[in-house]
Structure formats: C-alpha cells, structure tokens
Ligand binder design. Structure first.
Ligand code: M1P
Length: 245
C-alpha cells in the first residue's frame, strides 16, 4: 500500500487568499518530509507560494496549479495548458457581471490563468471587507450556484465550479482538478486521501475527491490540521502496539 495525500490550498491549508498559520506550517512541513504530498489548487504558482511559502512548495511531490492546467515539480514547470475561453464565453461573463445585483466591484473580474479563468463578481482585487460582504451575499442569494448553472447550460463544452470564497473556476470540459488525480494515481496499490473544503456537487474539489479513496470532511485549515494530528496520533499508538496501518 502506498499512501498519497492530496491537498487543496485555499480554505484547506490556509484561509482563502491568506498565508498559512505559522504553527500549522511547521507541522505540515514535517508531514511533507515523511509522506507523499501533492497540492491541487485553482490558484497559480505565485499566489500559492505567497500563501504557503517556498519551503513547503518545494517539499511536495508535485503542485497542480490552475486546477492541474499548470504542473510544477519544485521549480520545474512540467506542463502548461494553452486553452483559453473564446470571446463568446468571456462576453457572457461580462454580461452576467453587469446583471449581478451585488453592489460592489473591485476590478479584475475575469482573471486569465493557464488553461482556465477565475470569474469573480466582487473582483479579485477585493478588500477584506468587500470579501466578507460578498460571502454574506453569496450565502444568502446563492449567486455562485446560479451563475455556474447559467454558464454550464449555455456552454456544455466547459466546466464551471465554485472555488474559494468569491469566485468560479472555469476551464475546458474535463480539465479540472480531477485530471491531477489521474497523474497522481500510478498503481492499484495507491491509497489516496483528498483534503478539500469544496467537496460537494458543484464545488471545485468534488470530482477529484470522488476519485480518491478517502475524503476527510474539511471546512477550514483548522479541520485539516486536526485530522492530520489525529492520524499521526493513531499511527503512533498502532506502532506502539505493533500494528501496521
Ligand atoms: O482555489 C479556488 C480559488 O480560491 C481562492 O478564491 P477566493 O479568492 O475567491 O477565495 C483564490 O485563491 C482563487 O485564486 C482560487 O481560484
């Protein structure tokens, strides 16, 4: 049995778009040195490094950025998709943006990344206050569910998922996070654990998590920390009793 641990970043290892907690970072770095760890995130490499630091980024086996459309092995770029949404899609996103009843706009609403775009009504440049306002609005109005259904039904050849706290991750059909799992699983002996805060139908972790063997229930980085601590403790206890898990 070969255990492999797959982690989303925003909302799973860090608060969304924020830096990793110092104590957890120390623990996680040690975890990476003892286990096969992979990152699968909607964000690009610069944002990921800014949030988790170079040391953790370089200690994982591989980082699947932009939902696996840009793959890094430490500082080596292994793969980069060239897909871009066509004008019909981006015009439609602009239309949806203009129709949203949410009153605040911060700029950078359609962010182009490798092989995907991130679409955000409040905008990627939002302040913490605007982010909080949008979170409340989205919870109340379910705007991101509504928008993703509209986009999905108009363009059946693209995939749309709720990611992070404010946006939607949009890419070519089948080119979401699940493509990373197909690379990570290399043998029938592999046992994959998926840690993600968006493991629900329509969430950007859902399909990837369903391809893994275990999906601990995570709603925050604290949940991830706690699950890993429990796992560690159980292993130590079992080791003391001579049981192999
Ligand atoms: O991984 C999904 C998204 O997570 C964050 O989204 P938000 O800022 O809306 O909370 C960001 O890191 C975003 O880039 C990413 O796509």
């Amino acid at each position: 049995m070969i255990r492999k641990f797959v982690f989303d970043v925003d909302g799973t290892l860090t608060p969304s778009r924020k830096k990793i907690d110092k104590e957890f970072a120390e623990f996680f770095l040690d975890f990476c040195s003892k286990n096969l760890v992979y990152l699968v995130t909607g964000s690009d490499k610069p944002k990921t490094v800014e949030q988790i630091g170079e040391e953790i980024f370089n200690s994982v086996q591989m980082s699947f950025n932009c939902a696996g459309n840009e793959v890094w092995n430490k500082s080596t770029l292994v793969y980069s998709s060239v897909w871009k949404p066509n004008k019909e899609v981006t015009d439609y996103l602009e239309l949806l943006l203009s129709e949203s009843q949410f009153p605040e706009r911060s700029g950078n609403h359609i962010e182009y990344r490798k092989g995907m775009v991130n679409f955000s009504v409040v905008g990627r440049k939002c302040s913490n206050e605007q982010r909080e306002n949008y979170k409340l609005w989205d919870t109340k109005s379910q705007e991101r569910v509504y928008l993703s259904e509209k986009i999905r039904s108009k363009f059946p050849n693209i995939d749309v998922y709720i990611g992070g706290e404010t946006g939607l991750d949009i890419f070519e059909k089948g080119k979401g996070k699940s493509q990373a799992i197909e690379v990570i699983r290399t043998s029938d002996d592999d046992v994959l654990y998926y840690f993600g805060d968006q493991v629900f139908p329509g969430g950007n972790d859902f399909e990837a998590a369903m391809l893994c063997n275990y999906q601990p229930q995570i709603e925050s980085w604290q949940d991830t920390y706690y699950s890993l601590l429990i796992m560690d403790e159980l292993e130590n206890e079992n080791r003391n009793y001579g049981v192999n898990i």
